[in-house]
Ligand binder design. Sequence first.
Ligand code: AMP
Ligand code: MG
Length: 424
Amino acid sequence: MSEPVTPRPALSCADDYDPDSMPVEKAREVIARYLSPVTTMERVNVRAALGRVLARDVISPLDVPAHDNSAMDGYAVRHADLVTDGEVTLNIAGSSFAGAPFPGVVGAGEAIRIMTGGVVPAGADTIVMQEHATASGDRVVIGKGHRRGQNLRKAGEDLAAGQVALARGRALRPADIGLVSSLGIGEVPVYRRLRVAFFSTGDELVSIGSRPGPGQLFDSNRYTIYGMLKRLDCELIDMGVVRDDPAALERAFREAAAAADVVVTSGGVSVGEADFVRDLLRRMGEVVFWKIAMKPGRPLAYGRIGGAHFFGLPGNPVSVMVTFYQFVREALLRLAGREPVSPVPTFRVPCVSNLTKVPGRTEFQRGILERHADGAWRVRVTGEQGSGILRSMSEANCFIVLPADQGDVAPGALVEVQLLEGIV
Ligand code: AMP
Ligand code: MG
C-alpha cells in the first residue's frame, strides 16, 4: 500500500526448496524473507494504545521512583544513631506519609514516622519497620541489628531518566500502558494497523440466511478468519464469498490487493482448483503454490499481488486455522512491526491417547491439555482428526505438534504441545 516495498529476490528463485514437500520451518523462513513491516505511525492516547505496536522507544523522562522512599511502614532514622547492642530511644520529630513528605532535616537523636511510599526525609538513611520498634507518645525505642540503607527504595532504581522504558516493536500490554502512565506520558507513537482483506472461494458455499441446496454448505471459513484476524488487531475488509469463476476471482483479487496490505483467502489451492487460480495469479503478481509437508493444511499459496502479500489457505475448515496459526499469524505480527517475533512456545507433556501418525509430515493434532487428580498436566486428543471437523478446533485448547519424522505415539509418551490460549 502506501509504504515502499523493499525489493526482494523473486519468489520463484527462492532456491533450495521443493514446492511439493515444503517443510513447515522452511516455509516460515521463506515467507519471513519477503516481509517488510509497516512504517507509518500515528500517535494515540495511552488507553487506545493497548494491543498496538510501539513505533518508537519510550524514553523515561524521569527517575522512577522519583525520590528515595520507604518500602515499609516504620521509622526513618540516621543509622549512626542506632546501637550495636541494647536499645536506643529517639524523638519522633514528624511524619512522612505518601503525598505528604517531612519538610525538614532529621537531626541527631530523631526519628520520623514514615509509611510505605513516603519520601525518605533529608538526614535519614535507614528505615526501621514498625514491628521492630516500640513507640510511646513522641518517643520510639529501637533495638540492635539494623543495616544502613535497609527498607529503602532508591530514586531511579526501577528506571532512570533517559533510559528506554519500552522498546519499539512491542505490542502494549496492560502493564505497559500502566508503565507509560507512571511516566506521565499520555500519548504514544504506534504503527498503523495492518489492513487485511479476506474472502472465501467456492461454488458450494452459501452465506447465513440462504438455504443450502444439494451439495452446498455454509461458509464458515470467513468467520474463523475474521476471528483470527480480529484477535491480531487488524483492520478488516470482508469481501464475502467469491465464486470459482475467473472473472469474479480476478476482480476480487484486484480489489483486495488495492485496498489492503495483506489478502487472505480460503479454498482454491487444492489439486484440481489450484491450476486455475495459479494462472490467474501468475498474471497479477508473484505467487508460489506449495504442498507443505504438514497435516492438516497441505496446500498453501503465498506471494504478492500488486503491493499486497497474499496467503491462499486451503478450504478445509481445520486446515484454514492450522495454516493461519502456523504461517499467517507470525507473518502478520512481523508486518505489523512487532519485534522480536518469537515462535509460539511449545512444551512437552505426557499424552494419554494413542496417536496414529505416518512419518513424513509435521502433524498438528487437536488436543485437550488438562490437569489430572495427581496434579500433573496431560494431553489427550480431541477425537476424530479429519481436516473438515471444525468442532475439533473448538474443543481443543492446544495443538499436539508431532514432528515430521515421528511415527505413532503410544499412551504415556511425551509429546510437544502448543497452547492455543495466548494465540487465539
Ligand atoms: P477446496 O480447498 O476449495 O477444494 O475446499 C476443500 C473443502 O473445504 C471443500 O470441499 C469444502 O467442503 C470445504 N470448504 C471450502 N471452503 C469452505 C468455507 N468457506 N467454509 C466451510 N467449508 C469450506
Ligand atoms: Mg473450493
